[in-house]
Design a binder for this molecule. Structure first.
Ligand code: CA
Length: 228
């Protein structure tokens, strides 16, 4: 399960990421509301940990945006603001929980795990492209209606490519969304995963193609009817 940590303090991000990873969660981080929006557009998260004091906007504006889009991903607010008014405002606006800084990482993990248990097993969100379907919550893929086992990394890649549907997915975006910005994964390594995903799709008779855009990234398109 992947969690988005929206926090502008780099040290705190590192601390939280280490704790979440120890708890078996994958972590992406965003330092601004704009970064977080970009991540939410291209990836599904099991939960969001949201700081309120961010450099470009109030974290609550991200929560508002998510709820307007009917995005029901659980959001745990993390903030130095301890006033009761702030807590109520956050919860009123659709936050699932609230933790005041400073906090113990054990408490963050415990609360996050409680949220993940409460969240529906499947959000029913299914991406489709050509004859490929991917149920994003459980990472269940099917091709031409038949379930296909897709390893975790390849499933992450597939999700990003399907969400961008025909639009370019840059190396930088893939690195950040699939491998974590800090992983230092090379373009060659990404190429290897793309190659495996292509082979998996082709073997299963998928009617989509992953196109390489030299020096830029990849895009995935459904085969056009006349080319089939
Ligand atoms: Ca902050």
């Amino acid at each position: 399960m992947r969690v988005l940590v929206v926090e502008d303090n780099g040290e705190l991000v590192a601390l939280i990421a280490r704790a979440l990873e120890r708890a078996g969660l994958d972590v992406d981080d965003a330092r601004t509301v704009a970064d977080a929006e970009a991540s939410l557009r291209t990836m599904s998260y099991a939960a969001v940990v949201l700081d309120l004091g961010l450099p470009d906007a109030d974290g609550l504006s991200l929560l508002d945006l998510m709820r307007r889009r009917r995005d029901t991903t659980p959001v745990l607010i993390l903030t130095a603001r301890s006033g009761i008014g702030d807590r109520v405002r956050g919860l009123d606006r659709g936050a699932s929980d609230y933790l005041v800084k400073p906090f113990a990482t054990e408490e963050l993990i415990a609360r996050l795990q409680a949220l993940l248990r409460r969240a529906p097993a499947s959000d029913g969100h299914v991406l489709t492209l050509g004859n490929v379907a991917l149920e994003t919550a459980g990472r269940q893929a099917s091709i031409a209606g038949k379930p296909v086992l897709v390893p975790a990394r390849e499933a992450d890649l597939l999700e990003v490519l399907m969400k961008r549907n025909g639009r370019l997915v840059s190396h930088g975006l893939l690195r950040g969304q699939v491998f974590g910005a800090a992983s230092g994964v090379s373009s060659n390594a990404i190429e290897v995963y793309i190659h495996r995903l292509r082979r998996l799709l082709a073997d299963a008779g998928a009617t989509v193609q992953i196109h390489t855009i030299r020096g830029a990234g990849y895009l995935m398109k459904a085969d056009s009817a006349d080319a089939a």
